[in-house]
Design a binder for this molecule. Structure first.
Ligand code: SF4
Ligand code: SF4
Length: 281
């Protein structure tokens, strides 16, 4: 009944960027919670009984914006769900070298801590930065700079947990442009109309393009392809949204290159690709 501030200006029709074909209609978006409740009572309509058990918003209990009080309610009503998520947060904190307060005190809820949480972390002397080498990272060797042979070039190393062989990266790159892949030398070459990139098995990326902007854009897409290949959770969202039915999920992201029209829809809908923005550059 009570929505987040970020949804306050939502339109009558909205699309879920991560779930292809999901269209949301929001007919009562301009109603306040009191008006909605007034309507329900006036009409004697059914409503979710969790509202009678002190829940204000009912949705995903894993959501970072779920109220701490409601999270405690979840512990009481559904201890199995509570312990599952709580256990995950604790294991995640341990793997990243974070203090237990990360889970206990809800620090996991913020990408950027608000002032009050910064103050608490300071008072408790908590180090909330993940330990180096525990997450994906970009180590830039050379930013986009003029190349002696013309155009611009860039070089970097992407540090991602390596779960799969480079043929998965070949498939992820193939939705961007033409790819040639050598399993023997562990190298994939990508060619697009803007430029070329080379991706090596150790995560090194080297890009050349006509302009600085193109070099940066091609670098970003190559890096995202590698992240996607290595960190794919096999959620299947991309396969469901592919207009050419070219995607299969077999131990990771796979593409039938003969069917793919390089529309990029699968790349844009991939949650894992969005990790790129969190990487230290
Ligand atoms: S590439 Fe993997 S993680 Fe990304 S949408 Fe497809 S199945 Fe999901
Ligand atoms: S959505 Fe399908 S057709 Fe489009 S780029 Fe991805 S694999 Fe190719």
């Amino acid at each position: 009944m009570l929505e987040s501030f970020s949804r306050s200006d939502i339109g009558f029709v909205s699309k879920n960027p991560f779930v292809p074909n999901q269209t949301n209609l929001n007919p009562v978006r301009a109603w306040s919670a009191a008006e909605v409740w007034g309507y329900i009572w006036m009409r004697g309509l059914d409503y979710n009984p969790l509202y009678d058990r002190d829940f204000e918003r009912i949705g995903c209990y894993l959501c970072a914006s779920c109220l701490a009080s409601e999270w405690k309610n979840t512990e009481r009503i559904h201890p199995e769900m509570y312990s599952g998520w709580d256990g995950y947060l604790r294991r995640h904190a341990e793997a990243k070298g974070l203090p237990p307060e990360y889970a206990d005190m809800g620090f996991w809820r913020w990408k950027v801590l608000p002032p009050k949480m910064v103050q608490i972390a300071k008072e408790l002397d908590l180090d909330l930065k993940p330990k180096k080498g525990t997450g994906p990272a970009v180590k830039m060797m050379r930013g986009a700079s003029p190349c002696a042979a013309g155009g611009y070039s860039m070089e970097a190393v992407i540090d991602v947990p390596s779960k799969r062989d480079l043929s998965y990266a070949e498939d992820a790159l193939s939705v961007i442009g033409e790819v040639r892949y050598s399993p023997e030398f562990e190298i994939a070459l990508l060619r697009t109309k803007e430029g070329r990139s080379k991706l090596f098995g150790g995560g090194q990326i080297s890009v050349t393009a006509g302009t600085e902007k193109d070099a940066e854009a091609l670098f970003e897409r190559t890096a995202k392809a590698l992240i996607r290949a290595e960190m794919c959770t096999e959620c299947g969202i991309c396969a469901r949204g592919c207009p050419k039915k070219a995607v299969t999920i077999k131990g990771g992201f796979r593409v039938d290159q003969k069917k793919c029209n390089k529309c990029g829809k699968c790349e844009r809908s991939c949650m894992v690709v969005h990790y790129y923005d969190k990487m230290r550059i």
